[in-house]
Ligand binder design. Structure first.
Ligand code: ADP
Ligand code: MG
Length: 560
């Protein structure tokens, strides 16, 4: 087979596929052009979800009659002119290929007028060729009509989704632009019916309220640091499955669907459920928007700053990931009469166990004083479900050994962390793997402060001591977990982050409900648990024990 240069009508269609995939991509490109043209009013009208016709009208700066044919040509743009301009892109478009691509796969008509021109202009193209170009009367701004998308590519047309699915996708894009541009009045119509509109009154919160849950509070926080600024908006959505977040992200006014941002949000916000709108402002020269033709992905010069900013934002939003939600557990603690503890009357609702982090129980149990009663407790045994059964003469007490152990470990680690004499020398120093040594180097200061000690030897860095945290862990696991916490929670209070990380490890290492417990162990567990400040709940807010009074049993058995 010999090599031949492809004719324009073939390569233009191949190139078009990169930009125009479906009606929503046309809507996206045309709306971006209107925004670049400084429009304050943008109307989008779809017919049959855009599969039949797409019309976009704006009141922007318009295109001159002479420039109309150029607007339809590949690589013709008014937005950049030199290679250097690629380093500093401040417009949504710059590749000069959207209108050309659309023209290659659909019928296009543009009507436009610039403010100070005498006349407006009209241009029509069919099958990639201009068929009409004339002067007309037109108000200031641009109206673009796209019909019969992919009519020359029946295979492509066959793959268009239903009108409803296409409308949904276009609405999604348009919502994002509306949120990002509260100073622009957007409207979307489908088959002559209005789907939504915004007023362009420059009130971001009002636009978000339009698209988010009715009535629920919307919080906002601004983070500045390094080379970027992040404006973060959040609305909690109660009752939604844990970890489910609805996220809109924008970089310099460009809507993005970027893996770095997504993964940072996934990490930082994994315990938050809700609606997010994140607006990053980054110096244009530090972001490369050139890596994706549809421009949804960007490349950041300092990706770690994205992580840091998102973590700080989450923390500043009241750090719900550290504060357990109120659970539906109503503890029944024995409280000395002098204690002035206030219990919440309402059961804790929507409790979501913290999967990856042990929260500090911010609970109302804080100043609880438990009677430290060395009762004559009788251990009865472990039932088939794994619960430990005790009798104290007045009632039967059932203990969940896992929850109890979690509570005991948690308080040991917490109280150790509060004291400073917390170093445990290793009998034999451990030589660190070079990769681990590199990471240690980066966080050496924080690690030393926490009680890790290292020495430089001819063979590399050795670990000599670990923090003594009250619970036995394998030294390298402790180091690795601490490092990963330091990396993930850059801005947080190091001491606080570390002891919670260790407490989380301790929770994972706690005995399981299925573990067989001996009588001696059961008695020790009882005693250790009752020495805790808050013996009645595990660190995640679940009960460690429940009780059934003899009087209740009597009732149940029908005795007075
Ligand atoms: P790009 O946006 O990358 O420059 P396009 O093919 O999308 O490329 O548009 C080509 C040119 O047409 C733009 O550079 C701009 O000058 C002009 N143009 C397109 N749409 C509009 C509009 N709605 N208002 C004003 N000018 C427009
Ligand atoms: Mg464009």
């Amino acid at each position: 087979m010999s090599i031949k240069a492809l004719p324009e009508n073939v390569w233009s269609k191949i190139a078009a596929g990169e930009v125009v995939e479906r009606p929503a991509s046309v809507v996206k490109e045309l709306v971006e052009n209107s925004l670049d043209a400084h429009a304050k009013r943008i109307k989008v009208k779809l017919f049959d979800g855009g599969r039949l016709r797409i019309i976009i009208e704006d009141d922007g700066i318009g295109i001159s009659f002479e420039d109309l044919p150029l607007a339809l040509m590949y690589h013709a743009t008014s937005k950049i002119s030199e290679v250097e301009d690629l380093e500093n892109i401040n417009t949504l478009g710059y590749r000069g290929e959207a209108l050309a691509s659309i023209t290659a796969v659909a019928d296009v008509e543009i009507r436009s007028k610039q403010e100070n021109s005498e006349n407006g202009g009209l241009i029509r193209a069919h099958d990639g060729k201009i068929i009409e170009h004339e002067k007309i009367n037109h108000p200031k701004g641009t109206r673009i009509q796209v019909e019969n998308l992919f009519f020359t590519l029946p295979a492509r047309r066959k793959f268009l989704k239903t009108a409803q699915a296409e409308l949904r996708k276009s609405a999604e894009f348009l919502r994002e632009y509306a949120v990002c541009n509260p100073d622009v009045a957007f409207s979307l119509e489908s088959d002559m019916r209005e789907i939504f509109s915004t007023d362009g009154a420059c009130d971001k919160k009002r636009v978000l309220q339009k698209f988010w849950e009715k009535g629920a509070e919307i919080q906002t926080v601004n983070i500045s640091g390094g080379h970027l600024n992040l404006e973060c908006w959040f609305q909690s959505r109660a009752g939604i499955q844990s970890g489910y977040n609805n996220i809109m992200a924008f970089v310099n006014g460009r809507t993005v669907d970027d893996p770095i941002i997504k993964s940072a949000i996934r990490q930082a916000a994994r315990e938050l459920n809700g609606n997010w709108a994140l607006f990053f402002t980054i110096e244009a020269s530090l972001v490369d928007v050139n890596i994706h033709p549809a421009k949804l992905e960007v490349r950041f010069r300092y990706p770690d700053e994205i992580y840091k900013a998102i973590h700080s934002a989450v923390k500043n939003l009241g750090s719900p990931m550290f504060i357990p939600e109120v659970s539906n557990f109503n503890p029944l603690p024995k409280i000395s009469k002098k204690s002035n503890i206030k219990f919440s009357d309402t059961p804790r609702k929507n409790f979501v166990p913290q999967k990856n982090f042990t929260p500090e129980p911010q609970i109302y149990l804080e100043d609880l004083q438990v009677e430290n009663n060395e009762t004559e407790i009788i251990y009865m045994g472990q039932n088939s479900g794994g619960y430990l059964i005790y009798d104290d003469g007045e009632k039967i007490i059932l203990i969940d050994p896992h929850a109890a152990h979690e509570r005991i470990n948690y308080e040991k680690i917490k109280s150790k962390a509060e004291k400073s004499e917390n170093i445990q020398k290793l009998l034999t120093p451990l030589l660190l793997h070079p990769t681990l040594a590199l990471e240690v180097h980066e966080y050496e200061h924080e690690l030393k402060e926490a009680g890790f000690e290292f020495s430089n030897t001819d063979s590399g860095i050795e670990l000599n001591s670990v923090p003594s945290i009250g619970v036995e862990f394998e030294s390298l696991s402790l180091l690795r977990a601490s490092l990963s916490a330091l990396k993930n929670y850059h801005d947080a209070d190091t001491k606080n982050i570390l002891w919670r990380t260790w407490a989380t490890m301790a929770c994972k290492a706690s005995v399981k409900l299925t573990t067989k417990i001996s009588s001696e162990e059961a008695i020790i567990l009882w005693k250790d648990l009752h020495k805790c400040e808050q013996p009645y709940v595990c660190p995640h807010g679940r009960p460690t024990m429940i009780e059934i009074k003899n009087s209740e049993l009597q009732n149940k058995f029908g005795r007075e």
